[in-house]
Design a binder for this molecule. Sequence first.
Ligand SMILES: NC(=O)c1ccc[n+]([C@@H]2O[C@H](COP(=O)([O-])OP(=O)(O)OC[C@H]3O[C@@H](n4cnc5c(N)ncnc54)[C@H](O)[C@@H]3O)[C@@H](O)[C@H]2O)c1
Length: 275
Amino acid sequence: MQTKRVAVITGAGGGIGLAICRRLAKDGFFVVVTDVTRERAVAVANELVDEGFEALGFALDVCRDETAVDSVFAEIFKCTGRIDVLVNNAGGSAQLIGKQTDFVQSEESTWQFVLNLNLLGTMRCVRAVLGYMMAANYGRIINTASIAGRCGLPGWADYSAAKAGIIGFTRTLAMEVGQCGITVNSISPGLIERMRPGKDGKLPQDCQSKPTHGNWLGHTGTPQDVAALIAFLASEEAGYITGEDFLIDGGRAIGPTSQAGRQDLFKSQDGGIKA
Ligand SMILES: NC(=O)c1ccc[n+]([C@@H]2O[C@H](COP(=O)([O-])OP(=O)(O)OC[C@H]3O[C@@H](n4cnc5c(N)ncnc54)[C@H](O)[C@@H]3O)[C@@H](O)[C@H]2O)c1
């Protein structure tokens, strides 16, 4: 059995997930990197190992049925002997399948894709780890919601519904498993930069924020900012916090920073709309 605390991160082959892996590795965790493709998960795990950390990579498609998801967690547990922390980071919007529209033009198959990836994927992974965490009488579960689930975001109705669902799921689960030493919280990021591969195809170590008019701090967040919040929620110091959703949005949810239309509120200066 691993002597280090073990953290499993979903959707960890890029973006925010990669930053979470790196941060938790630096904080002394044995990191289990999972992503929809094995290649990506193993590449990130190998990068961490090359940097002197301990990590393993597994293929985990959170959209597959519960049996498939359960069996990946069983395999992980077989290798590590413990699962202390689960970070449900895998998620995304209808943009992933090129189907993002206002709700009036949307299709049910798109809602199903978005709800499955974000909400049901989170629920599947949580149920897969609960047995291990309950047996250990210890666990930290951190789910990824979004400002879209807190404030709404025009053009993203299915995504907003899925992320609001994650917040509700988090609260109830916290009530059900609190007596088992398990805390359950969610985070709601606002505008966060995405890590983009360089010319060599490799993802950078970190990425910089950019100016934006979309929040009160005047700049976008970075994957490292999100990773720092998650590292705290995964830590021993956060042991008395459960059932809460944490905004990390540069103050965007305080209220709009201008009278301009929705495009201005959610656009970063490179033109990308994010939530
Ligand atoms: N970037 C933002 O501005 C922002 C804002 C709010 C919330 N979020 C949330 O943060 C999380 C990470 O976002 P990101 O910006 O890093 O996204 P990203 O698209 O850069 O990374 C998402 C990762 O999830 C993986 N993935 C996709 N489908 C999967 C599946 N079926 N099973 C497992 N993994 C899968 C992808 O391979 C990728 O590595 C998501 O849940 C997203 O909804 C992001």
